[in-house]
Design a protein around this ligand. Structure first.
Ligand code: ADP
Length: 636
């Protein structure tokens, strides 16, 4: 109603507004200030709360007593020459009772919004004039000083009153001469605005629902498949389609990588494919910005964006691939860059990015990150599983082999002893053979158990090392003397030792070093005919501060593809049953454990069958001057 006045369709109207409380008036105060420029007949009534008081500055303010019945009423009366309307309301009884209880029940509750008013809103002139008359009478009670001004209004609009009206115009009670057009106009505008708002809300809900559907479909793809390829393919297709992009690319990339291969691509018709191509990242300023800032980079128009126009390389790509708008979104997981999601718009005009779209790309990038991490974790798990399976296989093999290795001599011993026991008439010679077979097999079993325990201790790290400064020559001599005592009856190949006098001292556990040398010489003897030769040599490698010892023979040699396998536990060229040379098949495995224990290496070389073999191993040199070394030698 007030707007009708403000729209300047009414000239000099009478306006009476009565508010229950000052705070309601204050919300409207600015409007009445503006109305005061259109009329000098404005009366605003309210129960004061802070500063509202009788005043005539812009319009007439009438402060009524808070316990006045007006504090439960709400009135607005507008009367002009050809227009009259009024709103006459009283707070409902239920509402008053409720408001009196409310502060007790819930002190913080806004009781103003809980008020309910009942009354009439009408444009009947007679009713409006009557309302004006009643209100003007009330005003006069509080502001008798306004008697002349009020009289003037009564005269002009023909309003009756308790005071005597001289020459009042006759009341035209039912005159209804309203121009409803402005109302209708406003109503239409209001309805249109509401409809527009509804439409907008619907659109945003629909967009949100679409976004959720998209994110859901990608999450479902992730849950269904542990194959990152299929997940990334689904994500590229769905995102590109949903955002109506020309091209949507998803590829793996890391901050330090110079290039990436485009693996997954969505294409709209007529757009050139880049699938399978190598994507330059290092020289791409957009990628650099992305990695530096840790967030997505958006180019609205490649033709005017400085980052593109200043880079000849980017300009060329943009031209070649027809990219007009470009978005690069990183795929991060725990701060680590895993990949990139790219959107290209190739049509005219350049694409205008909506905030919702960017949010959606971010949400998809997060899902893609989860998929990649999941796939990575799965791959690691698979690898670990494989290793565990291999370990389990080795363990089972080991048990089987050990069982077999032990059972074989045990059965022989058993057969021999049973035969001796059951056949007392057995010739003496045969008895001797039986006994010696049982004895040698029991010796083999003892060795096997001993070697197996040694290897287990070495492998589990239960061995205590006692490194000391040693002379290699002395260790070789010890190993050779041990060999000679054992094989005094056998004929063994000739052994030649060539150790330079200047060889530096070495640092290792003496007992274990003698064990390795003895084992290698023992093997060389076993696999070389007695007319063959065995050479023990040593050289110094200053570069890695190691002495390299080589035990070579002219024996049966090793096939090149077996050079590494010979270090496996229980490996024996001819198999346990056909073994002629004896041994447990654990010697080289033990030697490798010992050498690696002091930080050295051991390996075999051979050019093939019957070509002889060379076994090499390294030992650390003692750190210290040549004088110190000499001193050590002399002290011995
Ligand atoms: P063992 O000698 O007790 O059988 P090893 O672990 O010492 O067990 O050796 C494993 C296998 O490696 C041998 O059975 C043999 O087949 C091969 N091997 C070791 N040394 C030589 C060598 N000097 N020449 C040829 N083959 C060898």
């Amino acid at each position: 109603m007030e707007d009708q006045v403000l729209a300047a369709t009414l000239s000099q109207p009478l306006i009476i507004a009565s508010f229950q409380r000052e705070r309601f008036y204050r919300q409207e105060a600015h409007r009445y200030q503006r109305l005061s420029q259109r009329s000098n007949q404005i009366y605003v009534l309210s129960a004061p709360e802070t500063e509202f008081a009788h005043n005539s500055e812009y319009y007439e303010k009438v402060a009524f007593e808070p316990d006045d019945g007006l504090s439960q009423e709400w009135h607005l009366v507008v009367i002009a020459d050809n227009y009259a309307t009024c709103l006459v309301c009283r707070e409902s009884v239920g509402s008053i009772a409720k408001n009196q209880q409310l502060p007790e029940i819930s002190p913080g509750l806004d009781i103003d919004t809980a008020r309910r008013f009942e009354g009439i809103w009408t444009s009947e002139r007679g009713v409006s004039l009557k309302a004006a008359q009643l209100l003007l009478d009330r005003i006069l009670v509080y502001r008798p000083d306004l008697v002349d001004k009020i009289e003037e209004a009564r005269q002009r609009f023909g309003i009756g009153g308790s005071i005597k009206i001289t020459g009042a115009a006759p009341l035209n009670e039912y005159a209804c001469d309203i121009d409803t057009d402005p109302f209708v106009q406003r109503l239409v505008t209001y309805l249109q605005a509401s409809q527009y708002k509804l439409h907008k809300a619907y659109r945003s809900i629909a967009a949100q629902a679409r976004k959720e559907r998209l994110v859901n479909s990608i999450s479902t793809a992730i849950r269904r498949s542990l194959d990152p390829h299929s997940v990334l393919e689904v994500a590229a297709q769905e995102l590109g389609q949903h955002l109506e992009a020309g091209r949507c690319l998803i590829y793996r990339a890391q901050t330090t990588e110079a290039q990436a291969i485009i693996e997954h691509e969505f294409l709209s018709p007529g757009v050139v494919s880049v699938r399978g191509q190598t994507w330059e990242l290092e020289s791409n300023p957009l990628f650099q910005e992305l990695t530096q800032q840790g967030e997505g980079v958006c180019v609205s128009d490649t033709l005017i964006d400085y980052r593109v126009t200043s880079s000849p390389k980017l300009s060329l790509i943009v031209k070649k691939l027809g990219i007009r708008s470009w978005l690069m979104e990183p795929v991060f997981s725990q701060g680590r860059l895993l990949g990139i999601v790219e959107l290209h718009y190739c049509d005219l005009p350049p694409h205008e990015w909506q905030p919702g779209e960017l949010d959606l790309v971010k949400a998809i990038a997060t899902q893609v990150g989860a998929a990649l991490i999941q796939a990575e974790a799965f791959a690691n798990l698979e690898e670990l599983n494989k290793q565990l399976e291999a370990l389990d296989r080795t363990r089972s093999n080991l048990i089987a082999i050990t069982g077999h290795e032990l059972r074989t001599p045990l059965s022989t011993i058993q057969v021999c002893l049973e035969s001796l026991a059951s056949e007392p008439d057995m010739p003496l010679e045969l008895q001797q053979v039986m006994l010696s077979t049982a004895l040698s097999d029991s010796e083999r079993m003892r060795k096997l158990v001993q070697d197996f325990l040694t290897l287990s201790n070495l492998e589990s790290g239960r061995v205590e090392w006692h490194p000391e400064t040693l002379s290699l020559q002395e260790c070789i001599d010890l190993a050779l003397s041990r060999l000679r005592t054992r094989s005094s009856t056998e004929k063994i190949p000739q052994i030649k030792t060539q150790i330079p006098k200047t060889l530096p001292l070495i640092r290792a556990d003496g007992d274990w070093l003698v064990e390795v040398i003895a084992k290698l010489i023992d093997n060389a003897c076993k696999f070389t005919p007695s007319q063959g030769e065995i050479h023990i040599k040593a050289t110094t490698s200053k570069r890695n501060q190691m002495v390299e010892v080589t035990v070579s023979d002219t024996g049966r040699g090793i096939e090149p593809n077996r050079l590494e396998v010979v270090f496996d536990r229980f490996y024996q060229e001819e198999g346990a049953l056909r073994r002629t040379a004896g041994g447990t098949g654990l010697g080289l495995a033990i030697s490798r454990q010992i050498v690696t224990g002091w930080g050295g290496k051991i390996w075999a070389e051979s050019i093939g069958k019957d070509q002889g073999s060379q076994f090499h191993f390294t030992i650390p040199i003692v750190q210290g001057s040549a004088e110190e070394q000499q001193l050590f030698v002399k002290s011995k």
